[in-house]
Design a protein. Structure first.
Length: 346
């Protein structure tokens, strides 16, 4: 009996914990965006067959204002998730049906860390009070709903055409599969007013023929739970950033080609190049200077070697021959020595 009671108590405790976990307001992060259904690249929590779903996002910086508003949105989620709210009330019926069918998700976004994502949806004059670095002491959290709609038959009905350039193919790949429309809340902090506003947005999104607008959503900044790995991942260029650089480069080339001034500039450069080549080829060969022509040409090395060999041969021949006799070598027969005079002897 004690064991069974303990098992029942444990089961009841785990059920309560699961309910509390479902009712707490989750944070929109890069790891939880697909799980919460707040990602235009993926499907909703209701399944792949669901074409329209919603994500109510509370954006703001850490502080008392955000904590107070988070508690308000948590109460809104709790009222819509519980059975206390009457489903006969037509003003709240769309929100009740959406959250019970898992087509509606409530979450909150840290506006300072996820500033690019926050500015993308709250593109207004007072966006700096919610997104980006802190500027004033008081912050203004803002609530908005993103309606995601995926048209499964769009690819079948759309006529298949050839992509004219690389730019068209890149632009087609960059767009998210689901279209997005944003609605901002400007009312009071009362839970009843927020529930009525959410219900009206869902009613209009499900019934009215709203425009199908597809765009490219900025990526959420990864959490810094593991600093070494996160810094290494952030230092590497992502696929979207590489595609953005390629797209920018192709755009510049496309703009240059479409510029009407590029044709005359290229023609002028070609004319200058051909003119320079023609001038170089038409010039006569340079004549040698007059001073250089008057100077005797120097013999080359082979001729100098022949002269040296000829000189050595003459020296060798002269050394082998007997020298001719001189008049001083032999004394003549009738020669006598003339005596010197006295004056000369003195």
């Amino acid at each position: 009996m004690i064991y069974v009671a303990g098992a029942v108590n444990n089961t009841w405790f785990s059920t309560i914990m699961e309910q509390n976990k479902m009712l707490e307001l989750p944070q929109l992060r890069s790891e939880t965006s697909i799980e919460l259904g707040c990602d235009a690249r993926d499907h909703s929590r209701a399944g792949y067959d669901t074409s329209t779903w919603y994500c109510a996002i509370l954006a703001g910086r850490h502080g008392p204002e955000l904590n107070k508003m988070r508690e308000t949105i948590r109460r809104v989620q709790e009222l819509l998730s519980s059975d206390i709210e009457s489903s006969e009330d037509q003003t709240t019926a769309p929100a009740l049906g959406a959250i019970r069918s898992k087509r509606l998700t409530f979450t909150w976004l840290e506006g300072e860390t996820q500033k690019r994502y926050c500015f993308f949806y709250l593109n207004s004059e007072n966006s700096y009070d919610t997104c980006g670095p802190r500027r004033d002491l008081a912050d203004v959290p803002q609530l908005f709903i993103v309606r995601y709609k995926r048209n499964a038959s769009e690819e079948d009905t759309k006529p298949k055409r050839k992509k004219g350039s690389i730019w068209d193919s890149l632009q087609e790949q960059e767009l998210d599969p689901a279209s997005q429309l944003v609605a901002k809340y400007n009312g009071s902090d009362e839970t009843s007013e927020i529930i009525k506003w959410v219900s009206q947005i869902i009613k209009d999104g499900d019934s009215r023929d709203l425009p199908h607008y597809r765009t490219k959503t900025p990526e959420l900044v990864p959490d810094d739970a593991q600093p070494i790995w996160s810094k290494g991942v952030q230092s590497l260029p992502s696929t979207s950033r590489i595609k953005q650089h390629i797209r920018g480069f192709i755009t510049k080339i496309y703009d240059l080609i479409q510029d009407p001034r590029i044709g005359p500039i290229l023609l002028l450069a070609a004319l200058i190049s051909f003119g320079t080549i023609w001038l170089q080829r038409s010039q006569p060969p340079q004549q040698p200077n007059q001073q250089d022509s008057n100077q005797p040409s120097q013999p080359n090395a082979k001729f100098q070697e022949k002269r040296k060999a000829r000189r050595r041969e003459r020296v060798r021949t002269a050394s082998n021959e007997r020298p001719s006799p001189s008049i001083t070598d032999e004394e003549p027969k009738n020669a006598y020595q003339m005596p010197f005079s006295d004056s000369d002897s003195e």
